[in-house]
Design a binder for this molecule. Structure first.
Ligand code: AMP
Ligand code: MG
Length: 369
């Protein structure tokens, strides 16, 4: 059966001045088991009622998402949380108070209102309360928790602007809510507080450094801790599925090697015949590109470094800036039809952890020492 086709409508909404009437059409679609793309502070989401199996199936179908990859449910209040989970443990409640609304997703035991297709058959459901005001209002007006993965075709870089959503879903979904650029730019941090040890299952918009102040024994899955049984299931951030990849082949140069600069020049030299096939993402303020390469790369060079001071606060900002723009940069270079995208790796501090997690999964080749 072929997919239904739509004239995809885009409704622009100012997050500072939301008129409920402008969200009416989106609310009606959601209440009638349809799907709508909407902004969150992390990336754009493709949302549907978390109560409707029919609506959830539409999300999986539109994205081409494997059915065993569970969805995150977005809520607007603690009351809504309590209505869909078995319990909110005390330690988890204090985390919600500290970090919600914001880019933190927490696992809970689901109750029977949440159909199994949302969680890929798992007894746990991943939940977050977004801080984006349009997302909050949409959930509130529809009166529904919204299951929403990122609004991209499965495997592609996540969308951080409404035009990215349109690129992937024009004619395939009825409505995109345009709330401008996403502030964070990478997805939420997913944690399981009740595992031993407590785990970050997926690094994201909320930094490990921040969370560890509240969960002292918190570990990062895959970095500090690994479990083969968990790895078999794609709900953990394993490597089963292709992820975040643009059409161009991404060559990631891992940092932590003293000769990073010469490796970069070696690679660039191997392309000197055809530099217009190359996109380059500069993330590391310590790497200085020679004028020759700057000239040859021209518009295909995207510079995400902020050339400022080196205090802790500013460093954190540098990483946040890379996170904010990394998916945009991959999509931008794809639109220039380059064949390869060379990306400098950055240190896994602050948002650098989430950025490197995404880049390693996006990479066609990873250059290590
Ligand atoms: P995405 O929707 O692409 O942002 O991905 C959401 C991710 O959250 C999944 O790929 C999982 O890694 C994680 N996740 C969602 N639900 C669960 C769950 N019930 N248990 C463990 N991880 C989950
Ligand atoms: Mg996604």
């Amino acid at each position: 059966m072929c997919n239904p086709s739509f004239i995809t409508k885009v409704i622009k909404i100012d997050p500072e001045n939301i008129n409920n009437q402008d969200l009416r059409e989106a609310v009606i679609i959601l209440q009638n088991e349809g799907i709508v793309a909407f902004p969150t502070e992390t990336v754009y989401g493709l949302g549907a009622s978390a109560f409707s199996e029919k609506a959830i199936k539409k999300i999986f179908r539109a994205k081409g998402r494997p059915l065993d990859n569970p969805l995150i449910v977005h809520i607007d209040s603690m009351e809504m949380l309590e209505s869909i989970v078995l319990e909110v443990p005390k330690n988890v409640r204090s985390l919600c108070e500290e970090f919600w609304p914001g880019p933190l997703t927490i696992l809970f035991q689901k109750n029977s209102k949440i159909p199994d297709c949302v969680t890929a058959g798992l007894p746990t459901v991943a939940i977050r309360m977004p801080s984006n005001l349009i997302a909050q209002r949409l959930i509130h007006l529809s009166g529904l928790p919204l299951a929403a993965p990122s609004a991209n075709i499965s495997g592609k870089p996540s969308p951080t602007s409404p035009s990215h959503v349109k690129d992937d879903f024009d004619g395939k979904i009825p409505l995109i809510i345009d709330g401008g650029q996403c502030q964070v730019g990478v997805e939420s941090t997913v944690i399981n507080v009740n595992s031993i040890p407590p785990l970050i299952l997926r690094p994201g918009g909320l930094d490990y450094e921040e969370l560890r102040k509240f969960i002292l024994d918190l570990k990062i899955y895959d970095k500090h801790y690994k479990n083969k049984d968990l790895e078999k299931h794609p709900s953990t951030p394993g490597l089963k599925y292709r992820h975040y990849s643009p059409t161009a082949r991404v060559i990631l140069i891992e940092q932590n090697q003293q000769n990073m600069q010469s490796i970069i020049f070696e690679i660039l030299n191997s392309f000197t015949q055809n530099m217009n096939e190359i996109g380059y993402i500069h993330t590391n303020p310590e790497i200085v590109l020679e004028a020759l390469y700057l000239e040859k790369l021209g518009d295909n060079l995207i510079d995400l470094t902020k050339k400022t001071l080196k205090t802790i606060v500013i460093q954190k900002e540098i990483y946040a800036n890379v996170a904010h723009k990394i998916f945009w940069a991959l999509r931008m270079l794809d639109s220039k039809k380059v064949k390869y995208i060379i990306v400098e790796g950055i240190s896994e501090q602050y948002s650098g952890l989430a950025v490197m997690n995404r880049l390693r999964k996006a990479a066609w080749k990873i250059i290590k020492k």
